[in-house]
Design a protein around this ligand. Structure first.
Ligand SMILES: C[S@@+](CC[C@H](N)C(=O)[O-])C[C@H]1O[C@@H](n2cnc3c(N)ncnc32)[C@H](O)[C@@H]1O
Length: 299
């Protein structure tokens, strides 16, 4: 039997091949975070070579088959994830026979059934989404990102991704105004909501936490400008948000659908390591070219 390689020999590389097959070669409990965007069901073909197409995610005949393949892959990757690790899974939906297939939630519920803890549904709002000519429903301008954990005691750095306060300004009518910044006691809520410490803390976090308020579940992030020779690339800001919340320096992040390598690039920019899996050799090469450029820029 072949010996599983050590993670040290795999970091900062892309393994070329089918992600489910390659996942079997990864050691257990070696990555802190998985950030990924599988091909949508029934949207486009990435592989030009006919012999690769049978492995390609997204080309399944039914939504059920697509979800089953994703579940099998993430079941294997759960083994690879550290016990306190997280999975950030970006999924889009597909119209079939005049209606939505419901892919994101079908997948989320199926993953829950295999033991993943579903912690958040994040709406990625794309302010520059492609226009469409539909007139009998709203134009879709969002995708879903699910945050899953392997165990209840997972690593999540809320402070690393706080967002600006919107409820507090110099003109704030909250009694005490800026005096409350950074001080958790004595906000007006303390008097108003005596006995409800959750509400008090939530209101304080929303208006007065010195680093901003806790990240919300709607992320407004424009589509990336890097669309060179590859469709559907992640915006770096999207990967950055997941990475900063889900990892610390020197951690390893895995992307089993590496594509053009945005996850790898953002990982290196932030002093993390990556492992990529990718079916199409040309895309794996593109990732390594982008990573080399980053390394040169960082020296
Ligand atoms: C939506 S793209 C990922 C884009 C990536 N997030 C980026 O920023 O460039 C999905 C990728 O999954 C790859 N892929 C499809 N089926 C695969 C499989 N069975 N194993 C590994 N990669 C696969 C495709 O070639 C494509 O590059």
């Amino acid at each position: 039997m072949l010996k599983t390689p050590e993670i040290e020999t795999l970091i900062d590389t892309v393994l070329i091949g089918d992600s489910w097959t390659q996942a079997q070669n990864l050691p257990s409990e070696c990555v802190q975070c998985i950030i990924t965007s599988p091909p949508y069901w029934g949207h486009r073909q990435y592989a030009k070579a006919a012999e690769l197409r049978e492995f390609e995610f997204g080309s399944e005949k039914t939504a059920q088959k697509y979800v089953e393949k994703l579940v099998a892959l993430f079941d294997e990757l759960k083994r690879v994830l550290k016990p306190n690790g997280t999975l950030w899974l970006n999924l889009g939906d597909t119209y079939r026979d005049g209606q939505l297939a419901g892919i994101p939630w079908r997948t989320a519920l199926a993953l829950k059934d295999t033991g993943w803890l579903l912690r958040s549904e994040i709406i990625w709002h794309k302010p520059n989404a492609m226009p469409s000519s539909v007139m009998n429903r709203p134009t879709t301008d969002h995708e879903t990102i699910f945050l899953f954990a392997k165990s209840p005691d997972y690593y999540y750095n809320a402070d690393a991704i706080r967002e600006p306060h919107v409820t507090f300004s110099e003109q704030s009518r909250m009694k005490g105004g800026r005096n409350h910044l950074g001080k958790i006691n004595s906000t007006p809520e303390k008097g108003k909501n005596q006995g409800n410490s959750n509400l008090h803390r939530g209101r304080w976090d929303q208006a007065f936490h010195p680093l901003g308020r806790n990240k919300r579940t709607v992320w407004n992030i424009p589509l990336s400008k890097f669309r060179d020779a590859h469709f559907a690339v992640f915006p770096p800001q999207l990967v950055e948000t997941c990475l900063l919340a889900g990892t610390t320096r020197d951690d390893v992040v895995l992307d089993p659908f590496m594509g053009s390598g945005t996850t790898a690039v953002v990982a290196k920019e932030h002093g993390r390591h990556f492992v990529g899996l990718e079916l199409v050799p040309e895309y794996a090469e593109m990732t390594m070219r982008r990573v080399d450029e980053i390394q040169i820029r960082l020296i």
